[in-house]
Write a protein that binds this ligand. Structure first.
Ligand SMILES: *[C@@H]1O[C@H](CO)[C@@H](O)[C@H](O)[C@H]1NC(C)=O
Ligand SMILES: *[C@@H]1O[C@H](CO)[C@@H](O)[C@H](O)[C@H]1NC(C)=O
Length: 356
């Protein structure tokens, strides 16, 4: 009797704790948030991109790299290997083309996630850094963009035990970058079940260079997009599950000094920075529960947020676009070129709209 009584108390406590953790998780995922519509004129879906366009970066004279085909635990995805596409935003047909990859990269297991472009100042050569998850591991690939005929030449793979769950990167040079780790655990089960239930700020930002690798920032519920200001002095890091953006100043030793954080009230993913104005463009999720428990009848929506005057005392946060998921689901990135807005998604399509 005694032991049975104790056991039932223990079981009850366990379920209460589990219930409390589930409630907490639903709050972090904004599970009760209903997708809304806030449309823009003249939107067209981009051709050839039906298996996600998780990250998009504009570079040079109106070109954009797009990472597609991400296979991420718990999220719908295609079985086809990932690819990198190139979009020429100056063309009116908006038809991205696949970039052939040469050299020794294993294309069958290529699983591209966050990307970053680095243009060598001395000779203008464009380099593309790509977070890659072959067999759900994490590593960073370096490619040279071959402009003649449009292709990617694989140059190098960066691996390190601190680069264990990389989501996004921002390149600082040919062998230097900051990277976000979106999880603390590497083991699949701990990562996908235990860590969301724990709901603790355990994820971090790492600085990588050939002679030094170090953790430069900690305390994120899920560190996601990372990018740099046009003057290279500030770093922006998104905590998607903390619902806020963190702003840092770069120190000489590449340490990050915290400046401030900005609450967004949404689940923002990648950060793109307008090189002219310094405005931040964010691809955000309206409700993450609808991504992880995907149901086409209740699709996850999409949201694009712009932040102006980020370094002032009163940054302006504006919802520029929103969809209930019937046009575009699960937006993870937004970027602009002229008056065009390009929106990419984790596993769905990509959309291009006029801003006015
Ligand atoms: C998208 O995924 C489907 C199903 O896995 C595959 O057949 C198709 O080739 C993929 N498309 C691209 C552009 O990778
Ligand atoms: C451009 O500069 C980089 C860095 O110095 C060098 O590695 C690369 O070979 C150069 N490329 C060309 C085409 O000159």
């Amino acid at each position: 009797m005694e032991t049975l009584g104790l056991l039932s108390v223990a079981v009850t406590l366990f379920y209460m704790l589990l219930g409390e953790r589930m409630v907490n998780m639903r709050k972090m995922y904004l599970a009760s948030r209903e997708p809304v519509k806030n449309h823009l004129p003249n939107c067209v879906l981009l051709k050839n991109l039906n298996n996600g366009s998780e990250d998009i970066t504009v570079f040079g004279d109106g070109l954009a790299f797009i990472s597609t085909g991400l296979n991420y635990p718990g999220v719908p995805s295609s079985d086809a290997p990932g690819k990198i596409f190139l979009l020429d935003l100056k063309e009116s047909d908006m038809e991205p083309v696949e970039l052939p990859i040469s050299n020794n990269l294993d294309l069958e297991t290529f699983n591209p996630h966050g990307i970053s472009v680095y243009t060598e100042p001395t000779n203008g050569t464009v380099y593309l850094f790509v977070v890659n998850h072959p067999h759900h591991k994490s590593q960073v690939e370096l490619f040279e963009f071959v402009e003649k005929g449009f292709s990617l030449l694989h140059l190098k793979t960066f691996k390190h035990k601190l680069l264990h769950s990389v989501n996004d990167i921002v390149a600082l040079g040919l062998d230097r970058f900051y990277a976000t780790n979106d999880h603390y655990f590497s083991d699949e089960l701990l990562k996908t079940i235990m860590e969301p239930l724990l709901g603790q700020p355990l994820s971090n930002v790492v600085y990588y260079s050939t002679d030094m690798v170090k953790v430069v920032s900690v305390g994120y519920y899920f560190a996601n997009g990372i990018n740099i200001s046009p003057d290279k002095r500030h770093i922006y890091v998104m905590d998607i599950l903390g619902h806020n953006l963190h702003v840092f100043e770069r120190k000489e030793d590449n340490a990050l000094a915290f400046v401030k954080s900005l609450a967004l009230g949404s689940l923002c993913d990648n950060i793109e920075v307008d090189p002219k104005t310094g405005d931040l463009w964010l691809g955000c999720h309206i409700n993450l529960m609808r991504i992880f428990h995907f149901d086409p009848k209740n699709p996850p929506g999409s949201e694009v947020i712009r932040i102006q005057n980020i370094h002032s005392d009163v940054p302006v946060v504006t919802q520029v676009y929103a969809d209930d998921g019937h046009v575009i689901m699960g937006s993870s990135v937004a970027t602009i070129y002229g008056r065009k807005l390009i929106i990419g998604t984790v596993f769905h399509k990509a959309l291009c709209c006029d801003l006015d």
